[in-house]
Ligand binder design. Structure first.
Ligand code: SF4
Length: 379
C-alpha cells in the first residue's frame, strides 16, 4: 500500500432530505451559506456558537434569533448531532461515553473523560480522548478498535460534538472546563485528516470550546504524507506518534502500516515536521511484556527520541481479550526506564486509566456483534 491510497474516505450524507446539514459545513462555509440567505456576519457567529459551544440540535433553541429567522432556517437547513447514548464510570473517576451518531446505520463511537486530581481531591487536569472514525482499518494487533475494521469517518461536527458534550459535563461536575484533548480514541486521526483539522479549528474557536491548540494532541500511527501536511497547516496542536516498537521488524509484527511506511520514512517526515513547526513531538510507546521491553529496545527508542526534540510516554498496556501481547511487569518497566533516563530521554510512565470499564489505551471498541469493517489485515 502506498501513502496516497490513504486519502479521506467519503463521509456519507446523514440526512435523507434536501436540507443542508449545518454540521457538515466548515466555519467559512457556514458563513457563506448564511450570507447567501442575506444574513449579516454576526448571525453566522451566533449560529456557530449555538452549534459548537451550546450544543444546540434545533433552531428552536437559538433564542437570540428572531422567530421568523428560525423558521426560515428550519425550511432550508437541519442540524445533525452525535448524542450521548450511555456512560460508564470507573473507580478512578474516568468516564467512558458511548455516542450515537445521527446516522441511519446506528453507528456509535466512544470518548473518554480522564480527570487528574491533586492529593486533596481538587481536580487538576481534565483530559478528553475523542474518536475520529467508526472503527479503524490499520489493524494494530494490540488494539480492540483495529479488530472492528473501518466503517466510516466522523465529520468535524461529530468530533466537536463529543468535546462539547463532555465539556458541558465537566463544567457541571467539576465546575471547570476540560483542559486537554487527545485524538487517541477510536480511529486513526490523520486518516480522516480534513475533518480532524476542521474540528481542531472549531474546538479552539472562542465561539466554540475556546481551548488553546497547545492543549490538543493529534496522534498518528505514522501517516507520513499527512504529517508533512499537518506541519504546513499552522494549527498549533501537538503531534504524537504511536510508535510502540523501535525497530522495523517488531513494528511490522504489531502495526501493519509499518510494512509500507517504515521507520526511515517516519524519521524523514518527523524531521520535516520539526523543521517547519519547530515543535517537539511525543512518542507513545505501549510496553508489552517480553516483546518490546528489552534493553536493546530501549536503546533503539533512545535513537528515535533523538531524531528531533521529543518526549516519550511509556504506557502501561491494559490487556485486551484475545490479544497475546500482555502488560509489562513492574520490574521490567523499571529497567526499561533506567536506560531511557541514563540516556537523558525525557520520558514519563503513563498508567492507562479506566481499565475496569475498558476505557484504557487500545481498549476502545463497540462489541455489539457488528460484522467486521475494512482492514489492512486480511482475515
Ligand atoms: S492503534 Fe490506532 S491506528 Fe492502530 S488499529 Fe488502533 S485505532 Fe487504529
Amino acid at each position: 500500500m502506498n501513502n496516497s491510497n490513504l486519502s479521506d474516505p467519503e463521509i456519507p450524507a446523514t440526512t435523507t432530505d434536501e436540507k443542508r446539514d449545518l454540521k457538515q459545513l466548515s466555519r467559512s462555509e457556514l458563513s457563506d451559506f448564511l450570507a447567501e440567505m442575506g444574513l449579516p456576519r454576526y448571525r453566522a457567529d451566533q449560529v456557530f456558537q449555538w452549534l459548537y459551544q451550546k450544543g444546540a440540535d434545533s433552531f428552536a433553541q437559538m433564542t437570540n434569533l428572531s422567530k421568523e429567522l428560525r423558521k426560515r432556517l428550519e425550511e432550508v437547513a437541519c442540524i445533525t448531532r452525535a448524542k450521548e447514548f450511555s456512560r460508564q464510570e470507573a473507580a478512578d473517576g474516568t468516564i467512558k461515553f458511548l455516542f450515537r451518531l445521527d446516522d441511519p446505520r446506528d453507528y456509535k463511537v466512544e470518548a473518554v473523560l480522564i480527570p487528574d486530581f491533586y492529593e486533596d481531591g481538587v481536580v487538576k487536569r481534565i483530559t478528553v480522548c475523542v474518536s475520529s472514525q467508526v472503527g479503524c482499518m490499520f489493524g494494530c494487533s494490540f488494539c480492540a478498535t483495529g479488530r472492528m475494521g473501518f466503517f466510516r469517518n466522523l465529520s468535524h461536527g461529530e468530533i466537536a460534538d463529543q468535546v462539547q458534550a463532555i465539556n458541558e459535563l465537566s463544567e457541571e461536575r467539576f465546575g471547570k472546563k476540560i483542559t486537554n484533548i487527545v485524538y487517541m480514541g477510536m480511529g486513526e486521526p490523520l486518516h480522516n485528516y480534513h475533518a480532524v483539522v476542521e474540528s481542531v479549528r472549531i474546538i479552539t474557536d472562542p465561539l466554540g470550546v475556546d481551548l488553546s491548540p497547545r492543549r490538543i494532541t493529534i496522534s498518528t500511527v505514522g501517516l507520513t504524507k499527512q504529517i508533512r501536511q499537518l506541519a504546513r497547516e499552522g494549527l498549533g496542536a501537538n503531534l504524537a506518534i504511536s510508535l510502540h516498537a523501535a525497530d522495523d521488524q517488531k513494528r511490522n509484527e504489531i502495526m501493519p502500516i509499518n510494512e509500507s511506511l517504515n521507520l526511515k520514512e517516519l524519521e524523514e517526515a518527523v524531521r520535516e515536521y520539526h523543521r517547519i513547526t519547530k515543535s517537539a513531538v511525543t512518542y507513545e510507546y505501549l510496553l508489552f511484556d517480553r516483546f518490546n521491553d528489552h534493553a536493546e529496545d530501549a536503546l533503539n527508542l533512545v535513537k528515535i527520541a533523538r531524531w528531533v526534540p521529543s518526549k516519550v510516554n511509556i504506557i502501561m498496556y491494559n490487556n485486551v481479550a484475545g490479544v497475546s501481547l500482555k502488560r509489562v511487569r513492574e520490574e521490567r518497566l523499571n529497567e526499561f526506564m533506567k536506560v531511557l533516563i541514563r540516556h537523558k530521554v525525557t520520558a514519563t510512565v503513563r498508567r492507562s486509566r479506566g481499565d475496569d470499564i475498558d476505557a484504557g489505551c487500545g481498549q476502545l471498541a463497540i462489541r455489539e456483534g457488528q460484522p467486521r469493517g475494512k482492514s489492512l489485515v486480511k482475515t
